[in-house]
Design a protein around this ligand. Structure first.
Ligand code: ADP
Length: 300
């Protein structure tokens, strides 16, 4: 999506962002040797063309970035009020990305199966699809998994994008149950489970019956939990003293985790890379921080 952000002088600044997109950009930055493709659909409008150019500039592979004839790039606007509270306005009703399942041919799914090791998607990906496309999308992913592609999923929840909380819960549980690696945010899952709050440990218990080999529980500055092979591990988070903007905290965390995993790092290092990047990202405005501000990850 195209992001429009009003700075403190009232000037609108434009960038590109979106949860899976942010993870892709950060993963590529941390892991230059890994081929990272951004699979979605843009339009043919000016912003869509610029988004495609941006992907190329940051070395994201766009072989599965389709373009729709008449639809356009989704937009969102962020304004921060005097109390520092952020307000979002989304214009994505007719975004091209909503048609992504219709754009992918059998040959594309076949190529994805042959040319990728991992596919990462989120509950936002599911939420923007029609009920019929959602079902087809999950079926394609399940086929990929049977063919040996690993699936990673984030529970990123935007209530307004779902027809109901029940529907979100059904699809998110289905995705979790069919993934190799899941990133579950406690705030997202409290929304999906329609409860006021849930801790990482409680969430691990709630999701324990689903068959996820590696479940990562994100609880903001409270802690990071891991449920692997029935063992629950917990990791402290060192709170950042001056948080500027939490946009993309979870997305960058996922990228750090994936980069370490692909680099062959053990669980504790995966969490360390994830926390280190997220802590840096929230000290800058916007989803994507300057490249010069990227932390250096030292392989164990
Ligand atoms: P999501 O945005 O996916 O719900 P979180 O809000 O849990 O995820 O944030 C993702 C990660 O960002 C956390 O696991 C933590 O590592 C880091 N993080 C978030 N808030 C803070 C903070 N105040 N100080 C330090 N790290 C933080």
């Amino acid at each position: 999506m195209a992001e429009f952000r009003q700075n403190s002088s009232g000037v609108w600044q434009q960038a590109f962002a979106g949860d899976v997109f942010n993870t892709a950009v950060y993963l590529k930055r941390l892991s230059a040797e890994t081929g990272v493709a951004f699979a979605s659909t843009t339009g043919k409008d000016m912003l869509s063309q610029q988004l495609r150019q941006y992907c190329e500039r940051v070395s994201l592979d766009i072989r599965w970035l389709k373009s729709h004839e008449s639809r356009s790039c989704g937009l969102y606007f962020i304004q921060t009020d005097e109390q520092g509270e952020r307000q979002f306005s989304y214009y994505r009703e007719r975004s091209a990305a909503r048609t992504l399942v219709q754009q992918f041919t059998a040959a594309d799914w076949c190529a994805i199966s042959e040319q990728t090791d991992w596919v990462f998607y989120s509950a936002i990906t599911l939420s923007i699809l029609s009920a019929e496309d959602r079902k087809r999308f999950i079926e394609h992913l399940m086929r990929l998994r049977r063919q040996g592609v690993k699936l990673a999923f984030d529970t990123n929840y935007r209530a307004s994008l779902w027809e109901s909380c029940d529907s979100a819960r059904t699809w998110v549980y289905c995705a979790i149950d069919n993934s190799d690696l899941v990133f579950a945010g406690t705030e997202d899952m409290a929304g999906i489970l329609n409860c006021p709050a849930i801790t990482a440990k409680q969430l691990a218990n709630e999701l324990a019956e689903l068959s996820v080999p590696e479940l990562v529980l994100k609880a903001g500055k409270e802690e990071v939990g891991l449920l692997v092979d029935g063992d629950y591990l917990t990791f402290a988070v060192e709170p950042v003293s001056k948080v500027v903007d939490t946009t993309a905290a979870g997305d960058s965390f996922n990228a750090g985790y994936l980069a370490a995993l692909l680099n062959g790092q053990p669980l504790s290092e995966r969490v360390q890379w994830a926390k280190t990047l997220a802590a840096q990202v929230i000290q800058y405005p916007g989803a994507i921080i300057p490249e010069s501000a990227m932390p250096t990850m030292v392989p164990n």
